[in-house]
Design a protein around this ligand. Sequence first.
Ligand code: CA
Length: 232
Amino acid sequence: MDEKKTVLIVEDEKSIVDILQYNLKKEYKILTANDGEAGLDMALKENPDILLLDLMLPKLDGFAVCRILREKGSRVPVIILTAREEEDDKVRGLELGADDYITKPFSVREVMARVKANIRRTAMEQDAAEESVLAAGGLRIQPDSYQVFKHDKAIDLTQREYDLLAFLAGHPGKVYSRSDLMEQVWNYGYVGEDVRTVDVTVRRLREKIEDDPASPALILTRRGVGYYYAAQ
Ligand code: CA
């Protein structure tokens, strides 16, 4: 029997913790922390499979927790919990390495779907680890170790950045719409107005892999359609 995956909930509002815990505990092992310091500590020590991270937290806010986790090399999927209408918070969270966000007040069904999608994506990547090394546009992508090298120098990518790059580079020249990418890389279909997530991730990725991010040569934009990876 599969061991249950672990979800770490970092949230200071007890009613939210309670409702998340109640709904998730049937399928997952649950850890909770009610301030940022305790959450960071637990994320590093307990190695959870996914983090649900509130932004406004005592001691250390969610942005700092996310940033420090990534600085320390943690690749745990992070879903940030953000209040409605705080678009800047979403973008900032994604820029700091969060994988996804959920807007409060949320539906339990949405949370369950997002948690499942993010855990499934991570598990699939681990299963699909291949030994081959892809070479495309001066980049070497090593699926077995999730590493990317440019001119033999390792590039530090978040898991989502890696996923997006590996997906696009695996289909050079093929143009994908933002919705396609949300479905293929983020693993969920309905995105509403949230396709901006794709743009933010593409921008971050370009800053890391392109010689000149302002005039990209690897991840290209087909105006009005979407993105594609340069053919050889
Ligand atoms: Ca809070």
